[in-house]
Design a protein around this ligand. Structure first.
Ligand code: SF4
Length: 362
């Protein structure tokens, strides 16, 4: 739920970048310790340069929870701000400079559809444990919690699956089909004929009862429109051109691509791989363009290539500009708490339980 939605006035759009930067710097100084700005790795440079911390979605939420800042300004997308609100103290308030910045992947799983498919699945088979990727709405996290399931980050999706198989026969994995299949088959070794995709547009998901009963993993058909588009052909071309290159892909990329790379990795794991890399190593990376551009600048001792020419940006993350950030800080400096993300208490309780369950998997 968003409280006091507010957008920048038009006159802010006419300020020069230098003036915007000066004003943000002054406001940060004025708000001092009461403010923490968090910047997701995929954020625009003009925004991330003002972040006190940058990182992935859950890493940033944990940083917010450990801080004593009263105002957390989350420069990411909506579900990330929700997660931060769940894990922070009652006296901390979480804001997103543009409340309409959603996530394509999280929006793939409408909770009404999920509940109706869940009922259908349970009519056909039993002993199913739901797992949701953390890139999902608070309603989906609550659903998993209420149905004895859990949530996971991309780096511990395999641990979440192991946990689930200790408790049930089958997994219902949402919302990202690619993370689900890449984890189930490439990491867990589950045969492909026991991993099925529930196509929401078809009757009974386009599956027979026999297929559903045989399946170990049932995937929701969501995907990230940034990562799913990387092509495996470019991975082949890079490998041919540079036989010693190491290829690493985010597990939200397609199964075809992830089957070909040397390593799958979350944003944190990609950065760690570069940290541990020998100098002059060539790397091909498949993840969001802004992060890869930044890594190319920061790791000058490595040769870093995109595993594609299309170099995708996360469009919704891009909605937050330095103008939005300036507007947010101006309002907070005047004690006007606009664009606050508040997760209602009942959802907070159940989604919080799912997050705690996930933390125990680590
Ligand atoms: S990159 Fe994909 S999963 Fe991440 S916020 Fe953007 S749309 Fe969502």
């Amino acid at each position: 739920m968003e409280k006091n939605i507010s957008s920048p006035a038009r006159d802010l759009e006419f300020l020069s970048n230098r003036e915007i930067s000066n004003q943000i710097t002054n406001l940060k100084h004025r708000l001092s310790d009461s403010l923490m700005i968090l910047g997701h790795h995929y954020q625009r440079d003009e925004v991330i340069k003002f972040s006190d911390k940058r990182g992935d979605s859950f890493g940033l939420s944990k940083i917010a929870a450990q801080s004593s800042a009263r105002y957390i300004v989350f420069c990411g997308v909506h579900f990330m701000a929700e997660t931060a609100d769940i894990v922070t103290d009652e006296d901390q308030k979480v804001f997103i400079p543009d409340v309409t910045a959603g996530c394509f992947l999280a929006d793939c799983a409408d909770i009404k559809d999920v509940k109706s498919v869940w009922a259908e699945l349970n009519r056909i088979t039993s002993d199913i444990i739901p797992i949701s990727y953390i890139n999902s709405s608070v309603e989906l996290k609550e659903f998993c919690s209420r149905n004895e399931g859990t949530i996971c980050t991309s780096s511990i999706a395999d641990k979440a699956m192991e946990w689930a198989f200790e408790r049930g026969e089958k997994i219902f994995f949402l919302p990202d089909q690619n993370l689900g299949k890449n984890t189930a088959h490439l990491k867990m070794g589950i045969p492909q004929d026991q991993i099925v995709l529930w196509d929401i547009s078809k009757k009974q998901g386009g599956l027979t009862e026999k297929e559903i009963k045989k399946a170990k993993v049932i995937l929701w058909n969501g995907f990230c429109d940034v990562h799913a588009k990387f092509s495996f052909q470019t991975a082949d071309e890079l490998r041919q051109k540079y036989p010693d290159i190491k290829l690493i892909a985010h597990p939200e990329c397609s199964f075809e691509l992830c089957s070909k790379v040397d390593q799958m990795g979350s944003t944190a794991q990609i950065i760690q791989a570069l940290d541990n890399s020998p100098a002059n190593q060539k790397w091909g990376i498949a993840t969001e363009k802004r992060l890869v551009n930044r890594l190319q600048k920061e790791y000058q001792n490595l040769d870093i290539y995109f595993i594609d020419d299309y170099q995708p940006v996360c469009k919704t993350m891009s909605q937050i500009t330095n103008v939005h950030l300036l507007h947010q800080l101006q309002e907070l400096a005047e004690e006007r708490e606009v664009n606050q993300i508040i997760v209602p208490e009942d959802k907070q309780k159940y989604a919080g339980l799912a997050i705690n369950r996930m933390l125990k998997l680590k």
